[in-house]
Design a protein around this ligand. Structure first.
Ligand SMILES: Cc1cc2nc3c(=O)[nH]c(=O)nc-3n(C[C@H](O)[C@H](O)[C@H](O)COP(=O)(O)O)c2cc1C
Length: 215
């Protein structure tokens, strides 16, 4: 790598904002919505992109980005192929973590919980709202499977298009939504001298309990 890219010299100052206990919403979802709205207003790239970490039954982890499609008191929704690697891992082990990194705001949000499949009618509703190309692509792609080459994928798409020339493009059973039901949140705000703010929320019997962690 070129000498000018000395990784050990790459560092950022975090001076933009703070997160105090007084500023933090008493409700974890309220706090998330506040930060998500600020990310949306800031027009940063991909504000709804989140890393989804899953693991096999024996704890081998894997992570990838998916898009948040809805968040409310019930949980965090995302859509994917149920037969994908993540889908298989969630089948074996429903515990998962989400991570948002909003670098322009010097913020990170960590969310942990249990994942379940969304009701088919909710998945249908979202699938039907997607552009035609995305719907056909979701049907055509055997996500996470080894394929012979790009050509195979393009041929599959042609075939799926042909099959749907005068037929509704319905959601295939292998594609749909998941809901992560959170029991833990951490809101990280970068601060001066690496003394970052870390406010956590843990669900106990009656509601969210807030704590501060050392950075
Ligand atoms: C910005 C971005 C958004 C993405 N959104 C999704 C998504 O919403 N759903 C999805 O299945 N894959 C999405 N992907 C692709 C996944 O990261 C991943 O490649 C794919 O889901 C297969 O993962 P798996 O083999 O671990 O199951 C996205 C990738 C990026 C970079």
């Amino acid at each position: 790598m070129a000498e000018k890219y000395r990784l050990e010299d790459i560092r950022q100052e975090y001076l933009l904002k703070e997160l105090t206990e007084e500023q933090a919403d008493k409700d974890a979802l309220g706090q998330f919505n506040k930060w998500l709205e600020e990310a949306l207003i800031s027009e940063i790239a991909e504000p709804t992109a989140m890393t989804l970490a899953t693991a096999t039954k024996n704890g081998t982890p894997s992570a990838r980005i998916v898009l948040l499609k809805h968040a409310d008191a019930n949980g965090f929704q995302f859509y994917t192929n149920y037969d994908s690697r993540k889908g298989n891992e969630l089948e074996q082990n429903p515990k998962a973590a989400l991570l948002f990194f909003w670098p322009d705001l010097q913020r990170q949000v960590r969310i942990e919980g249990v994942v379940k499949k969304l009701n088919p009618s909710v998945s249908d509703h979202y699938f039907n709202s997607r552009p035609v190309g995305s719907r056909l692509g979701a049907i055509a792609s055997p996500q996470s499977k080894i394929i012979s080459g790009r050509k195979e994928l393009e041929e599959r798409l042609v075939q799926v298009k042909e099959e749907h020339t005068d037929k509704d493009i319905e959601r295939p059973a292998y594609w749909g939504g998941y809901l992560l039901i959170p029991d833990y949140f951490e809101f990280w705000q970068g601060r001066e001298n690496r003394l970052h703010d870390r406010i956590t929320y843990i669900l106990d019997g009656t509601g969210w309990v807030m704590n501060r962690l050392a950075p």
